[in-house]
Design a protein around this ligand. Structure first.
Ligand code: APR
Length: 317
């Protein structure tokens, strides 16, 4: 059986890290596409040259020709401009929507059967633009945000409790950004929900509130430290988990930005919810029961995403 083909649109910080992880995990061959083909080809060659040391055979190439992504099984999209200090994700809207429209055309023409994972910010709107412009079925176009947000949440909880990250699960819903909704009720240490851990004296509500706030601002914290550009190691690892779930038909339950079609009483826009990812793409949306407070937070987050989509429509990009 031939190796899987993974196209990475955008060969910047996340794109390069994705290619490296794909090699290390032997997920398939890689085509790196960028408007700067030299950067794409250089990174492809550099990573391929680590193959003999690390023991992988993935073929990697760089290009600025969309024909090279023909027949890709998975496409991961990071093309666009990263968020700079002082810039909100939403400021990126106009610039990145134009880029995503171009990428959507390339995918529609050359690999319309691919599973597409968008990372470009502002995420929930960009993934919607990708689906609309490419015309691919909504279950084959999803956005990466929740895996990253919940990974950040898990890390901070593990540090607070002084336990392994492996034993911490976290549950994050809503749009990617300040209105993200971490559900502490569904976040656990070895199955023990966070509210119970508060009762057990492991932590306090104040500390959990601070962790929730830090998680929601997780991207901003890194932008401020890096000064040039935004996070890339954890975003790349998160997208790889989603690609792996699809390629290996793992049926993982992961939070991702998916098109709602009546779930949660909402439809026709993308927002972060738990979803089963397997060979069928986004196979099933998990609808959890909210408390009144959680419902209000989720609605607020959805309203923020819907407003951005309305803003985008007015721009007529
Ligand atoms: N087509 C293809 N590639 C493009 C295009 C385009 N029209 N426009 C820009 N690019 C490329 C850039 O040349 C650059 O190499 O996209 C790449 C983006 O890489 P970085 O600037 O290093 O950004 P990165 O850190 O990888 O983040 C990419 O993910 O998390 C989000 O907010 C982040 O939107 C940003 C995206």
């Amino acid at each position: 059986m031939a190796r899987k083909k993974i196209a990475l649109i955008g060969a910047g910080n996340i794109g390069g890290t994705l290619a490296h992880l794909i090699g290390l995990k032997e997920l398939g061959d890689v085509v790196l596409f960028d408007v700067f083909p030299g950067v794409a080809a250089g990174k492809a060659l550099d990573i391929m040259q680590s193959g003999p040391v690390d023991g992988f055979d993935s073929a990697m190439s760089g290009t600025n020709d969309y024909a090279a992504i023909a027949g890709a099984d998975v496409v991961i999209v990071t093309a666009g401009f990263p968020r700079m200090p002082g810039m909100s994700r939403d400021d990126l809207l106009t610039k990145n929507a134009g880029v995503i429209a171009q990428v959507a055309e390339g995918i529609k023409t050359h690999c319309p059967d691919a599973f597409v994972i968008c990372i470009t910010n502002p995420l929930d709107v960009m993934v919607w633009v990708m689906q609309q412009k490419s015309g691919l079925p909504a279950h084959k176009v999803i956005g990466m945000a929740g895996v990253l947000d919940s990974s950040r949440f898990r890390l901070f909880l593990a540090q607070e409790f002084n336990v392994s990250v492996e034993d911490v699960t976290a549950f994050v819903l809503g749009g990617h950004g300040d209105t993200m909704v971490p559900l502490t009720r569904y976040s656990t240490v070895a199955g023990i929900p966070v509210p119970d851990l508060i009762k057990m004296g492991w932590t306090t509500q104040e500390k959990i509130d601070a962790i929730v706030a830090r998680t929601a601002n997780g991207g901003g914290e890194i932008v401020k430290l890096l000064e040039k550009g935004s996070a890339f190691y954890a975003p790349a690892a998160s997208a790889i988990a989603m690609a792996e779930a699809y390629l290996l038909d793992k049926k993982r339950v992961l939070p991702a930005a998916v098109m709602l079609n009546g779930e949660y009483g909402l439809k026709d826009f993308y927002v972060g919810v738990p979803v089963v990812i397997g060979a069928g793409g986004a196979e099933r949306i998990v609808e959890v029961q909210f408390t009144a407070e959680e419902k209000a937070a989720f609605d607020k987050s959805c309203d923020a995403v819907k407003k951005l989509i309305e803003d985008f429509k007015k721009l007529g990009v």
